[in-house]
Design a binder for this molecule. Sequence first.
Ligand code: ZN
Ligand code: ZN
Length: 345
Amino acid sequence: MKKRRLVSFVLLILLLFTSCTYGTNQTESTNAESALQTAQFHFIDVGQGDCALIRSGDTNIMIDAGTRESGSIICEYLSNLGIDYLDCFIGTHPHEDHMGGGAAVLLGVDVGNVYLNGETTTSYFFERFVDVLIDKEITPYIPDLGIEYDIGPFKLEFLSPQKDFGNSNDNSLVLTVKYGDVTALYTGDAERSVEAELIKNGENINADILKVSHHGSRYASSVEFLNKVSPSVAVISSGSGNSYGHPHKEALERIEKCGAEILRCDREGTVVLSTDGKEVYNASGEAFEKREESEQRQVYIGNRKSKVFHCETCPNLPGNKNRVIFNKRENAVMAGYSVCGNCNP
Ligand SMILES: [Zn+2]
Ligand SMILES: [Zn+2]
């Protein structure tokens, strides 16, 4: 039974590779620009997990659906807003803290398109999710990278994974959602190797709103990445007192240093940002400061003795006589230096 379910899922996925161009390339919305009203970016408090809702008018998009326990919380949240239809559900990767509530959401509301990263697992929550997909005759898609998907007034672009990174977190779907001049970047649980890849490939990751990766793990949110994104506001979705210690102090320091305002679901509960397509406002209606991509040149400091290199702000910098300065990260790597586990340069 288990096997059959997986096989049918794999078949579904195969189908999508061939059909997704027809199913998802919607025509250019002609009057979206002129009809631009307001949009909201919700980061629903699901404890230790991710669940984002993006809406404008009757267009609703959900990215991830928290844990199994949070399924009913999400359904209640949608029902309180009078939402009974999601134009699109995106599951960044099949981990229980991102798709645990997926089956409940699919049962609670109707869904247009479902986008997944193509990975499967035999965990109970995911098999339930696939069962509901099959029951409701919904065919999931693996999105194409580098193509703009028009969903109501929103433009979605999937940027990653561009290759198999060898672990589920790094294989998360990473995407930008644009509304007018405002961009939000959703990173799933992707960590530094994905950030480096996006920068290396010259992807446009500049964004006003950043959904901080992996609940604020120290292994994500590198200085280089944050400077490129240059967010006005960074939202961290993690549960208070979680066993991973998320968000980690090092990541918080780097995000703070990059100039973004930090909002945390573990402290404030659900975070709702709104926009008119030009500015981003907090719940009190105050606009966040607009920021340009930081031109700040990054310098890396190596320790001659330990052959480890750090960013300038690391608390573990070597004494002056053991310092080697690298102007580029790759120069440090080429010189045989390894990254500091603390500052994650
Ligand atoms: Zn994960
Ligand atoms: Zn996660």
